[in-house]
Design a protein around this ligand. Sequence first.
Ligand code: GUN
Length: 300
Amino acid sequence: MTAKIIDGKLFAESLRGRIAGHVERLQREHGITPGLAVIIVGEDPASQVYVSNKAKQTAEVGMNSYKHELPADIQEAELLALIRQLNADLQVHGILVQLPLPRHIDPNKVIEAIDPAKDVDCFTPANVGKVQIGLPGPVSCTPLGCLMLLRDQLGSLEGKSAVIVGRSNLVGKPMMQLLLRDNCTVTVAHSRTRDLAAVVRQADIVVAAVGRPQMIKGDWIKPGAVVIDVGINRVPAPERGEGKTRLVGDVDTAAAAAIAAAITPVPGGVGPMTIACLLANTITTASLINGLAPPDDLTA
Ligand code: GUN
């Protein structure tokens, strides 16, 4: 079998089109323009690229974008004061603090300062709990993106055996909740799992989020499985010239594609879905803050 390559870039583009439609409807019917505030502390180049892309795409779907760039040596108290100000700002429906933060700032304290009603990353304990028990609210962006791609590929996920490799708070754990809610039988494996290859071989659905380049081999994949590769790892690429690098996922894509039914590429798979789902969450929070039901097509 040669796998279908799942085009996350195209899917994200179409999702952003639907989001723009919801922005237009919120403005027309309710006079609400959703607003997303993004805070970046310091000058980490990768974070700067992410934040610029977030701000650009926020504006492109018709939302208000508020970017706050703070120096790396800012005091924690000052950052917390800005978050309190944004919590109180009626024009702001979503707040995102780009991680990682400088070492002198406690990320847990920062996350807990965000009003859960505006927590579009779904990082606050209140929202993590809501996802677990199925209450409406924002859903972790990357897992939501993976879920949308899986539903698009498979229709119903009911009864499927899903193996998640990776147990992070950012991806593995929320992914487990979402797949359980869709009636999968879920196994969460990780780098210390015994005979990981045999565990992955059981899976109709593999979500690879372990952060190790090409760790999941082609012959670990069950024939006909759907493989979602969350990994983004930069590795040396001497074939491209001295000092050059390239991006690879957590799966050996070429080998897995010979066996799977469908697989996400890296780049161009899950990556583009994450920002689109951040915008989807901003529609969800803007709706809930204003006492409106969030749109069904933008959430889990
Ligand atoms: N840094 C890398 N990914 C993310 C993300 O999804 N949210 C935030 N806030 N920071 C990040």
